[in-house]
Design a protein around this ligand. Structure first.
Ligand SMILES: C[S@@+](CC[C@H](N)C(=O)[O-])C[C@H]1O[C@@H](n2cnc3c(N)ncnc32)[C@H](O)[C@@H]1O
Length: 268
């Protein structure tokens, strides 16, 4: 197994932090463990040789590195309080007040699609036939191409869907011949999947009613996180919300969002 030297480790930490915001300064073993076989298979003798090839900006190499070094764990209906809040507070409010009948939702750091598909199911279930008179847009983005490919395919294991309400499983999933579950076309059609690095400027013309960025910023350091939260604030509609992971917090005074309850923030 090729060993990572101290200097090489620092190079990886710097590269991932300055390009993708991801803080790997305490993840030496993870870098070595996830990359060493691949570096060896490429016939390279050291991590420095590999880093030099990354620095030549070869898109495929960089994409492979991101796929290896991101943590993509997720499942359907994760941290369900957010979905409850969406159904019981946000959607009734939008129904009463949203004259344009347009709802924009962004799942930022969507991984393999479980979060945005959960959102699409809730929107379909909430609006039922009334959905025809609404313009509902769900954008789902990630930097890892691997997970986005899986998301677009929309096929999941039994374990991943186990928290979904039974009625959702019946209505929105189809069992495949190898005992997996495929998302219905109706739900797939509601989502636009895109590659997007959260370190880049957010240039969307339409602002978002709700941004979900859950279990993504835990991998960022504090300054990167505050920067991103401020960009989200600018991209949120007045009255709109930001949802972060239940293990994450935004310190008081670090953003203009108002904290409504743990992990739920509102732009007033
Ligand atoms: C643990 S998953 C979270 C998935 C889902 N939001 C959830 O809560 O279950 C974190 C995702 O954030 C993505 N990510 C990390 N850094 C990113 C960045 N700079 N830009 C976009 N996505 C990023 C990773 O690729 C990964 O798929």
């Amino acid at each position: 197994m090729i060993k990572l030297t101290d200097i090489e480790f620092q190079q990886f930490v710097k590269y991932m932090h300055s390009n993708y915001g991801i803080d790997l300064s305490k993840k030496r073993q993870l870098i070595e463990g996830r990359l060493s076989n691949m570096v060896e298979r490429k016939g390279m003798k050291s991590f420095s040789e590999y880093m030099n090839s990354i620095k030549k900006n070869n898109k495929d190499e960089i994409s492979l590195l991101i796929n290896k070094l991101t943590t993509n764990y997720t499942y359907f209906y994760r941290e369900e309080n957010h979905f409850k809040y969406l159904r019981e507070v946000i959607l009734p409010y939008e129904e009463k007040t949203n004259k344009l009948k347009t709802i924009n939702i962004w799942s930022a750091g969507c991984s393999s699609g479980e979060e945005p598909y959960t959102l699409a199911m809730i929107m379909s279930d909430y609006f039922q036939l009334k959905k025809m008179s609404w313009k509902i847009q769900i954008l789902a983005t990630d930097i890892s191409q691997n997970v986005l490919d899986k998301a677009k395919e929309g096929i999941y294991s039994e374990d991943s869907i186990k928290n979904l309400p039974p009625s959702y499983k019946t209505r929105f999933l189809k069992k495949t011949s190898d005992n997996k579950y495929e998302i219905s076309q109706e739900i797939k059609n509601q989502i636009m999947f895109k590659t997007f690095n959260l370190m880049d400027p957010i240039t969307a013309r339409n602002k978002y009613n709700v941004i979900f960025c859950r279990n993504v910023m835990i991998y960022f350091n504090s300054a990167t996180k505050i920067n991103l939260v401020n960009k989200f604030y600018e991209a949120t509609q007045p009255g709109g919300h930001l949802m972060i992971g239940h293990a994450e917090t935004i310190q008081r005074g670090q953003s203009k969002y108002k904290c409504i309850c743990p992990a739920v923030y509102k732009k007033e």
